[in-house]
Design a protein around this ligand. Sequence first.
Ligand code: ADP
Length: 654
Amino acid sequence: MALIKVSHLNKIYRMGDTAVKALDDISLEIERGEFLAIMGPSGSGKSTLMHVLGLLDMPDSGTYAFEGKTLTFSADKALAGLRSRKLGFIFQQFHLMKRTSALDNVLLPGIYLGSKDQKNHAQKLLGKVGLGDRLSHKSSELSGGQQQRVAIARSLLNSPAVIFADEPSGNLDSKSEEEIMALLCELNAAGITIIMVTHEEELKKLATRVIKMRDGKILSDERNKPINYDPRVKEDPLLGQIENLQRPNFLTMLFVFFGQALKSLLANKVRSFLSMLGILIGVASVIAMLALGAGAKVSIEKQLATLGTNLLSVRPGPDRHMGVSSEAVTATFTVDDGERLKREVSGIASLAPSVSGRVQAVYRERNTNTRVLGTTPEYSSMRAAPAQLGRFFTDQENIDRARVALIGKTIATNLFAGKNPIGETLRLNRINFQIIGVLQERGAGAFGDQDDIIIIPIHTAMYRLLGKTSVDSFDVEVKDRDNMENVSSSILRYFAVKNHITGNPEDSLTVRNYADIQSAVSQTSKIMSLLLAIIALISLVVGGIGIMNIMLVSVTERTREIGIRMAVGARRADILLQFIIEAIFTSFIGGLMGIALGVLASSLIGIFSGWEIIVTTGSVLLATLFSVVVGVIFGYWPALKASRLSAIEAIRFE
Ligand code: ADP
């Protein structure tokens, strides 16, 4: 049975209007152990025939049987499998991987071949071709003859049945040529079939058979000498067929490709970093935005949690959030209304009216503009605003319109700078107040600085300081949570009667549950962080496009490498996987740096602004996931482009 049998091979290249018949109805049988020289003038179709025989290129028509089995040219897996297990290649230009050691070059086919001790085998092969002392030399550090010997060692790693040699000595001096030819003869004697393209007449004598071509046809086919292969005598253990080899599993492949991705990343550090920059900034902003959002949410919740859940806020006018515009009169509240509500509406535990306004607070030569709040002593417990130092004012002081004040932490710090303010006299809009307490710290938050405040009795505020005749709002604490609705409607009804409101009382005043306010606020902050996150995601997409750009450049640059990989047995799917992994790896590393930058940036924002910042594991995971997804999505196209090339197109790519 012939090792290779091809029948009626045709291949036509079309260049514009002209069609070149590179293969014109070629039929050929090649025996095991043959040393076949394909000769003929330039352009006669020698290389095309060899590339088709070597499964690097496809004919337009014709059949091909290897070891008696007919091949399907579209079955990439099967063809790659044959290239990987049975075929070896040597090219005129050597086609080694640049910047890669001799040993790693020889090991390249092993990625797709899979066997245990390849390293040892590869070292021995390099020894056999006379390069045992050049294992770690890069290909650029070797002479032409040495490079071709590395290529021969590479072609031997899979113990091939056939070696295809495309003008193997075309780029070599005559001494190197002799050495390379001697090596090929030795391999042939050991049973490896050699198919060599050459135009050097004197090499004819080495071959067992010489085929001459012209215009895509075989002109002559002569046998020089008999095939001298004797399997019993010529068995070289180094060249022995590797049987039952398992292709490496997916995980091993992944591992190898990650290693290569790291190498190529390190080989182009600046470029890789620049391509990562987009992802880096995108991820960093996602992390920082989410940290800010989460921090804001938590600080709002903390503030509102201190208020209790059974508080109602009663304000004049319709609910601004509902956007109602009506002709209805706005209700007015008085301190007296508060007293009457307490008496008349059952279910109210306590009630605090309040008025507020801005005042100029002066202590000696220092002054500040701040908010003053007038209220009753109930406010302290209802709104969780106890005096940390000193005391709250009393009902009697309220009735007496006493000029006493409690100040917030910010005022204490700004005006008294560490000095105990209790008992000091503070001027509010030129009226002297005696400080009787300092309020417990509440912290900065979504509503601004909660400690920049002065609390005084409501009567004092209305009649002495702010000149107000009505109350701004009531805080109402309901005894029983389940009774909130009833109390709300009783309050509405009270003001409807008192103010002679004929229409819907809710157009004249608003009774709101603090729990509702709480959810409205957290809703707003959720929307804010969502918007910020969307902006951050957009920057991630832009980052992904950067990666795609670099991957496209990289694929173009490394097209020859892709061809070599295919020649030594890579499937299209392997090429696809390799480049996708490279893209993922690039964006993943960018993502990691982005996470670091995001955490750093948000901590800095936290330190300088005093806002609460919370970096959640969720946001880190999200960012990581996103950078990987970006890698897959934007790496896919360049990778697909790479994997679609035919091996010989890729190898010849300039
Ligand atoms: P040889 O190896 O004998 O010099 P080739 O097999 O390389 O010849 O080429 C045979 C013919 O096919 C030549 O005329 C060449 O110009 C043409 N040819 C080879 N490859 C291509 C290609 N990729 N595109 C167009 N024409 C090609």
